[in-house]
Design a binder for this molecule. Structure first.
Ligand SMILES: NC(=O)c1ccc[n+]([C@@H]2O[C@H](COP(=O)([O-])OP(=O)(O)OC[C@H]3O[C@@H](n4cnc5c(N)ncnc54)[C@H](O)[C@@H]3O)[C@@H](O)[C@H]2O)c1
Length: 245
């Protein structure tokens, strides 16, 4: 086994795009820790096949206690923690009229509070070590005419604002915070939400094909790398050139 680059934490990596981030970061030499509300056995197999160490726990990112405990457990098992990718997210497909306050709170809770709480748990250690990479996950829906997603788009706009503000506070400590904003991507969960958009949305991209999770991993790998040390507070859309920031 080659020398580890340290541990990268990826939330929501039991499935979908997060699993692809974990696999790529393992290939790049990071050990991987996963926080998810479901078991991450398939992700463990991918990370171990890449020759890296793996740790996971059942963690709800909306829980202040669980996120704090998870940070302590990862620190005890696989120090040092060098990167945090806040990928866990939910996207219920509901009109504004159908969105009750409980749904609104749930979406903001997982997508925005989750990123905040994970940063509260992990950033102090990175600041103390004067090194770290935060990658938060937004969505290109923030720049698009995308109905039925009021809570979701509000949460992802919040993620961008939070990341910019956090970057301003941690820059002097050598810790960066950036955002990756995927376009419509081929994951099992997304395909269950609204199959129709897969017919027309990819055609609006400069590169007019379906986005796969593997299309997103390069930007996250860059944000977690030494090469991005002077890049912070930024958002990169990975969507085949549909939106222009
Ligand atoms: N798929 C897309 O088209 C698309 C587009 C833009 C942005 N995104 C974003 O990318 C991320 C991943 O999307 P995906 O399509 O891979 O979704 P997914 O459903 O395949 O994976 C999300 C993971 O998050 C986990 N999760 C959900 N709630 C959690 C919680 N409270 N605590 C911890 N883990 C939790 C789930 O168990 C799951 O493993 C999300 O933030 C999503 O908003 C996805």
């Amino acid at each position: 086994m080659s020398t580890s680059k340290g541990t990268a934490v990826v939330t929501g990596a039991a499935n979908g795009i997060g699993q692809a981030y974990a696999q790529r970061l393992a290939t790049d030499g990071f050990d991987i820790a996963v926080a998810d509300v479901v078991e991450a056995a398939a992700t463990r197999a991918l990370v171990e096949a890449a020759g890296r160490k793996f740790f996971s726990a059942i963690v709800d990112v909306t829980s202040p206690d669980s996120t704090k405990q998870f940070a302590a457990d990862v620190d005890a098992n696989m120090p040092p923690i060098v990167a945090l990718v806040n990928n866990a997210g939910i996207y219920p497909w509901k009109s504004f009229e159908e969105t009750d306050y409980a749904t609104w709170r749930k979406v903001i809770g997982v997508n925005l509070d989750g990123a905040f709480l994970m940063c509260k748990a992990f950033v102090p250690g990175m600041v103390a070590r004067k090194s770290g990479r935060i990658v938060n996950v937004a969505s290109t829906t923030f720049w698009l005419n995308a109905p039925q997603m009021t809570a979701y788009i509000a949460s992802k706009g919040g993620v961008i604002g939070f990341t910019r503000a956090l970057a301003s506070e941690i820059g002097t400590s050598g810790v960066t915070a950036n955002v990756v904003a995927p376009g419509l991507t081929n994951t099992k969960t997304m395909r269950g939400v609204n199959e129709e958009i897969y017919d027309y949305l990819p055609k609006q991209q400069a590169i007019p094909r379906l986005i796969e999770p593997k299309d997103l991993v390069g930007v996250v790998a860059f944000f977690c790398s030494a090469d991005s040390a002077f890049v912070t507070g930024q958002t990169i859309a990975v969507d085949g050139g549909q939106v222009r920031l």
